[in-house]
Design a protein around this ligand. Structure first.
Ligand code: B16
Ligand code: MG
Length: 248
């Protein structure tokens, strides 16, 4: 155990906490939904909240591909780029009105709890609007490192965003824990060799090591106690392959 570390499974030390944005710290999914629904309406088909579940945690361009698949449409790269840009403009109309009271219950307190215990804190989001959103919510100063959709080439479930964050924090992946609301994010954490906390439904986040309904249901103390008692079989077996990952 290092000076600031806390016990983690597999004899490792928990020194870094990696947080997804949408669905973990704030509910921007509703704004993504309204914006994509407007685009679908312009294209002449309906887009439901159930459809929107498929877009959570995936990149903007992948979201557009799914939307077009739902509408039974195909288009060339230029048309897709214009549509994605238009969707983002609609989305930003909602986002720019966001205020600090939209931070999900317990999230700000949990981030502060991590910091007060000497844990490093990173954002690991697919969103290209992440820094803007953190500023609007007044959360930026709680992060040591921010990795978002502008800095990674591969979207979750690829482990790139998690391994990039671990490297930027100077931590080995096995010393990091990921907080994610999307299945793709939990899969990415496993591929990065990190333990994970699923935030949301345990029926959906089956592969997470621990699942909570929201961060208000968790404290760092309770998390560490739970990690100490996790059976080995819950520890991700995958070995990170991203060669720039930090060494232990
Ligand atoms: P943007 P996360 C993700 O955020 C959203 O869950 C996903 O629905 C969205 O398509 C993606 O960001 C890209 O967002 O259009 O703002 O770049 O969950 O990874 O924090
Ligand atoms: Mg998310």
């Amino acid at each position: 155990m290092s000076a600031h570390g806390l016990p983690a499974p597999k004899g490792g030390t928990l020194t870094g906490c990696l947080f997804d944005l949408d669905g973990v710290l704030v509910d921007t999914a509703k704004y993504h939904y309204l914006a994509w629904r407007e685009i679908a309406g312009e294209l002449g088909f309906a887009f439901t909240e159930k459809d929107n579940e498929r877009l959570k945690g995936v990149s903007r361009m992948r979201s557009l591909d799914i939307l077009l698949e739902i509408g039974g449409l195909s288009m060339d790269g230029g048309a897709k780029a214009r549509l994605a840009e238009r969707k983002n403009a609609v989305y930003l109309q909602y986002v720019l009105k966001m205020r600090p009271n939209e931070v999900l219950p317990g999230a700000r307190e949990f981030l502060a709890d991590c910091r007060s215990r000497g844990l490093k804190v990173a954002l690991v989001s697919a969103s290209k609007n992440a820094t803007k959103i953190l500023d609007l919510l007044g959360l930026t100063s709680l992060f040591d490192v921010i990795v978002d959709g502008n800095q990674v080439a591969e979207a979750k479930p690829d482990p790139e965003v998690f391994l990039t964050a671990a490297r930027a924090l100077g931590l080995h992946p096995r010393n990091c824990i990921v907080f994610e609301d999307a299945e793709a994010g939990i899969e990415g954490a496993i591929a990065a060799g990190m333990v994970s906390v699923g935030v949301g439904s345990s029926a959906i986040l089956k592969k997470a090591n621990i699942v909570v309904a929201g961060l208000r249901d968790l404290s760092v103390k309770a998390l560490v106690e739970t990690l100490e008692h996790l059976p080995d079989r819950h520890v991700p077996a995958a070995t990170p392959t991203f060669n720039s990952a930090a060494k232990p």
